[in-house]
Design a protein. Sequence first.
Length: 202
Amino acid sequence: MSVASYCAIDRFPVSFDARRESAIFRDLLSSLPPEERRRVEDVITLSSDGYRVASDRFRYFNSVSLEEASRRFGAGCFDVIFSNAVLEHVGDVASSLRSMRELLAPGGTMAHDVDLRSHQNFEKHELHFLEYSTALWRAMTSNTGEPNRVRLPEYRRILEDLDFVDVNIRVQRRFDPELVRRVRARPAPPLLALSAACLFVA
């Protein structure tokens, strides 16, 4: 898909290494067919000490929330909005999707890949983070970017409340049925009282 311009927004601070990224861009360019290479070179200019990005084609905002982006850019200014493993980290999914709804142009499209698994290596299993009470999880993870534990039914409800149309949800990963059966069998906080069908979705 060809686009006139692209804007990237990071909620949390990100540091960059210009030399390392320049080397990555060089490797990427060398692997592309001539036409695709030309399109990338219209946006990125490599130099001996780094690279330069065409500001009229690509804009990047660091440490900017979606709510702030909505105020900064105004309504209806993006034709396409997409994210990869982002929505499971926002503090308020409804507020974030509402901000995106405002930023999206009439007839626009959104696409999001959401990972509903625990992200911590020290957890006992991929559903272990659902075993904490809401109060304890909030105390442990507030302002850390850890997963918000919102499950698929809540995403459906939010999208419906915000009047999104042509919503297509594709489940790409599922938890092991035996794991779901095992964790639902023990006394646990309300999140694990959800139906097995809800908990299967990863």
